[in-house]
Write a protein that binds this ligand. Structure first.
Ligand code: ZN
Length: 125
């Protein structure tokens, strides 16, 4: 477990070093996944709460009181996502990651992951 933690911290440090984003305090969040099926969304139009079209590897659903809509976040081991959607069950320290298919979302299961908000990008060159 310690070795895995160390690897994740190194990957996170490398990400922030490469992109110039400032590392905020990570939030431990419970992550699940969803897709645009009736079972997950009650609709299939892929239109998010923000009015955008949900994209795999890009869109997550959040509680806007915790992560405001429009915020870019870095999710450890997964990369950069944008908070574009909400969900009835997504309250507090919960995120829901958009995926292409219901099978992928189901296989993702439930994970506890560190999430960093990326609003503080360092712009100096
Ligand atoms: Zn689904």
């Amino acid at each position: 477990m310690a070795a895995q933690d160390q690897f994740d911290d190194q990957a996170v440090a490398a990400f922030f070093s490469l992109t110039g984003y400032q590392a905020g305090v990570p939030m431990e969040m419970t992550a699940t996944a969803y897709d645009a099926c009736i079972q997950c969304c009650g609709k299939t139009d892929r239109i998010t709460k923000s009015g955008t079209r949900a994209l795999p590897g890009h869109t997550i659903a959040v509680d806007p009181k915790v992560i405001p809509l429009g915020t870019q976040v870095y999710i450890e081991t997964l990369g950069v996502f944008t908070a574009e959607d909400t969900g009835r069950a997504i309250k507090g320290r919960r995120i829901d990651i958009y995926m292409e298919t219901h099978e992928q979302a189901f296989k993702f299961g439930i994970k506890n992951l560190k999430v960093y908000m990326l609003n503080d990008k360092v712009t100096e060159l």
